[in-house]
Write a protein that binds this ligand. Structure first.
Ligand SMILES: Nc1ncnc2c1ncn2[C@@H]1O[C@H](COP(=O)(O)OP(=O)(O)O)[C@@H](O)[C@H]1O
Ligand SMILES: [Mg+2]
Length: 471
């Protein structure tokens, strides 16, 4: 273990270049570009060329505003939307998370206008806020429904906010000798500033750093840290650690309404896992931004598997029942964390958010929530990665439905399944409409019929518009 702060932190400074020079430029969110997804298996990755409109007079032209140059602009342009600049009126303001308040600009937005973040997004996406909100929910459940009910909040490794919880952390540290802890800046991403500690002396050294000063003003405290129990027995594939990136689209917090994308990624570290060297980022951090810096990183292979591939692997090793239980545990993490922030999330009807959930699996096949990203990387650097993200965004805009692309009662849109709509949504059973036995979440599920699904949705939407037209 290194002995000074500079060495302890794993910094990374690379910038991303992409196949179409589509860089995200946001600096936010958990970057995950880094290809390697198997193109043949990437059924989600196919671009579906939907007719823009069968009734040109009926669908208004959507005006979008953005400063990004990435996949999302390609999708909006392809949908036939027009980019506007400066102070011009807009219908979709694809802004950075830091600009969401400015997007409203004190104006009364038209009903159909959309902004891709909630103003209090940080309640979920800042590591310290998320931990506090989940703890708060646990206490509430304990009070109101008892200890057993509160167990559904036990999906985050123990987390303390520094410097605020320092004393509590020291007590916990002493109570659990031999535990390794991970220090993470609360508002950072892509593995920046993260390091592991196994001795209190390492933390004391860090504590001397000015950033740890109680006297600092809040705006100077941007570098506040959380310290979290390090998961020392991660699930390994081929001896390597990985985490999962799962995409969730929240269209409303009040009532809670969210969709889960079937496909996602596992992001692998390049070096075999071991607890020998705690300072080796290539072993312990699965961020693509970190792994890309390894001398032996193979750009053509990347470091990702598709979610469907992971699911098949787990099913082959552990059987269907164990994987179903694992998937229901993942469902619980997503629902509970969203419910935990629901009371503090400002749910404006113009807002939606595509989140990237980072989930780590341990050796007992238990999923743990590591963090939630507000702006998951939409940058792509291989053709298959680009197609995957393009397809997901195309589906996302169909769900958002700013341009009447769907009727509105769908529970599946391309790769997105409606999981919660002010209550659980159940997977339709064509043979028994009363069957409510299966939740409508389908992580790792098939996307082979995505195109048919989207065309069917488009057909219904067109018929609806035609029916409205005066004959
Ligand atoms: N508690 C933990 N136990 C094991 N590994 C962790 C833990 N927290 C984070 N990691 C590893 O560190 C990586 C970065 O952590 P994360 O919280 O996602 O920060 P960032 O915002 O910088 O991506 C994760 O992708 C994971 O590989
Ligand atoms: Mg992360």
């Amino acid at each position: 273990m290194h002995t000074n702060q500079t060495k302890l932190c794993w910094q990374q400074t690379t910038t991303t270049t992409t196949m179409t020079d589509r860089t995200s430029g946001s600096g936010s969110g958990g970057g995950d570009s880094g290809g390697g997804a198997d193109e043949k298996r990437g059924s989600s990755g196919t671009q579906v060329v939907l007719p823009r409109s069968s009734l040109p007079g009926e669908r208004r032209v959507i005006r979008f505003r953005t400063h990004f140059v990435n996949t999302v602009v390609d999708v909006m342009t392809h949908l036939g939307w027009q980019q506007v600049q400066g102070q011009e009126e807009w219908d979709m303001n694809w802004c950075d998370v830091g600009w969401v308040r400015e997007a409203f600009d004190g104006r009364q937005l038209p009903d159909h206008a959309r902004v891709p973040h909630f103003p209090t997004h940080y309640e979920l996406t800042r590591k310290d806020h998320m931990a506090k909100n989940v703890k708060k929910m646990k206490r509430k459940l304990e009070r109101e429904e008892g200890k057993a009910a509160a167990k559904r909040c036990d999906f985050m490794p123990e987390t303390f906010w520094l410097p605020h919880d320092y004393r509590m952390f020291v007590e916990e540290f002493k109570r659990k000798p031999g535990t390794v802890w991970i220090m993470k800046p609360v508002g950072s991403a892509q593995g920046k500033g993260i390091f592991l500690v196994s001795k209190l002396s390492e933390l004391m050294e860090f504590k001397r750093d000015t950033r740890f000063d109680h006297q600092q003003r809040d705006d100077e405290r941007q570098q506040a840290y959380i310290v979290q129990r390090y998961l020392q027995r991660p699930y390994l594939i081929g001896g390597k650690k990985f985490d999962l990136r799962i995409y969730i689209l929240v269209t409303s917090y009040n009532p809670l309404c969210f969709w889960l994308y079937r496909e996602g990624f596992a992001r692998f570290s390049g070096a075999p896992f071991s607890m020998e060297d705690l300072s080796n980022a290539f072993v312990h951090l699965t961020n693509v931004a970190i792994q890309k810096q390894a001398a032996d990183y193979d750009k053509s292979k990347g470091c990702k598997w598709l979610m469907s591939q992971v699911k098949r692997y787990l099913q082959a090793r552990h059987g269907r029942a164990a994987v179903q239980k694992f998937l229901r545990d993942v469902d619980n993490i997503i629902l509970t964390s969203l419910e935990a922030v629901q009371p503090v999330m400002f749910s404006d009807k113009h807002c939606f958010e595509l989140y990237g959930f980072d989930i780590l699996i341990d050796a007992d096949l238990k999923p743990w929530l590591i963090e939630v990203n507000a702006s998951p990387s939409l940058t792509a650097d291989t053709a298959s990665d680009y197609r995957f993200k393009y397809g997901m965004l195309e589906d996302m805009f169909t769900v958002i439905n700013i341009d009447d692309r769907r009727v509105g009662d769908e529970v599946r849109v391309g790769g997105f399944d409606l999981v919660w709509n002010d209550g659980p949504v159940h997977r339709p059973n064509p043979f028994n409409p009363a069957d409510k036995s299966t939740p409508n979440s389908n992580l790792g599920g098939s996307l082979l019929d995505r195109k048919e699904n989207l065309l069917h949705i488009h057909k219904r939407a067109t018929e609806k518009l035609q029916a409205k037209q005066p004959s």
